[in-house]
Design a protein around this ligand. Structure first.
Ligand code: NAD
Length: 260
């Protein structure tokens, strides 16, 4: 029987991260959940994964702006599961504003959560992955890791940064069975995207419906949102033996966005 893999998914109390954690558990992986939110809802999610899929599911509330808490989460997962085989850096926030009004604190928070947290999780997990001669690191970047849009200076900078980090980690892990890839989704209908519709409307002087049609889906030639399940399926694939030679890649799942 193949070894049961164990994973950490940051920011897995909502949206894409929750879908990835759920898909991993359905594949038989142990999962460490992380992220903010209502404690009862998080406990329901955690217990549900254990009950439905017969895996171990834990929750750690590490704040991705706090390196010591991040290291503690990685240590807890390694102890609880015996190893961290799969690490998904998914936690992320957004802020939409013209650069001259962009709050300094938002810039710092976005760089910390969307970029630096991945450095800290990888730093904490990497030595053991190399020693085990197996590791799968998946960074949830964005189409904005490859191309820019106006009013998202911090997010675009962080996501381009994470694509660069992905390549370096891939090179450092290449001879140890450790792969590192970035997934670059286009617009996925999650709370993160729903929250930016009113801000985009203000920044662009449009109605909310115009934002969805003229900004969001205009970027995606398929004219459809990506689903969280589609992103989770790609993450699952990257954990399989079939994906052993995919490393250092920025994989687009964006309805054709970066093709034009
Ligand atoms: P979401 O808002 O639904 O979920 C974000 C998760 O991150 C939540 O679990 C939240 O609690 C957690 N989080 C936020 N700040 C945190 C912190 N300081 N410490 C720990 N956890 C924290 O967002 P989503 O749309 O599912 O986004 C997930 C990832 O996918 C992000 O990195 C985002 O940039 C990326 N992404 C999203 C889209 C999209 O269209 N939704 C597109 C491309 C990339």
């Amino acid at each position: 029987m193949p070894k049961r893999l164990s994973a950490i998914v940051t920011g897995s109390t909502s949206g894409i991260g929750e879908a990835i954690a759920t898909a991993f558990a359905a594949e038989g992986m142990n999962v460490m959940l992380n992220g903010f939110g209502d404690r009862d809802a998080i406990e329901k999610l955690r217990a549900g994964l254990e009950e439905k899929h017969g895996v171990k599911a834990r929750y750690n509330d590490a704040d991705m702006t706090k390196p010591a808490e991040i290291a503690g989460m990685v240590e807890e997962a390694a102890e609880a599961f015996g190893a961290v085989d799969v690490l998904v850096n998914n936690a992320g926030i957004q802020h939409v504003s013209p650069i001259e009004d962009f709050p300094d604190a938002k810039w710092d928070a976005i760089i910390a959560i969307n970029l630096s947290s991945a450095f800290h999780t990888i730093k904490a997990a990497f030595a053991a992955m190399k020693e085990n001669k197996f590791g799968r690191i998946i960074n949830i970047a964005s189409a904005h890791g490859l191309v820019a849009s106006p009013f998202k200076s911090a997010y675009v900078a962080a996501k381009h940064g994470i694509v660069g980090l992905t390549k370096t980690v891939a090179l450092e892990g290449a001879q140890y069975g450790v792969t590192c890839n970035a997934i670059c989704p286009g617009y996925v209908k999650t709370p993160l995207v729903e929250a930016q519709i009113p801000d985009q409307a203000k920044a662009n002087n449009m109605t909310e419906e115009e934002v969805v049609q003229k900004i969001m889906l205009a970027a995606q030639p398929t004219k459809q949102f990506v689903t969280v399940e589609q992103v989770a399926a790609l993450a699952c694939y990257l954990t399989t033996d079939a994906a052993a030679q995919i490393t250092g890649a920025a994989l687009s799942i964006d309805g054709g966005w970066v093709a034009h």
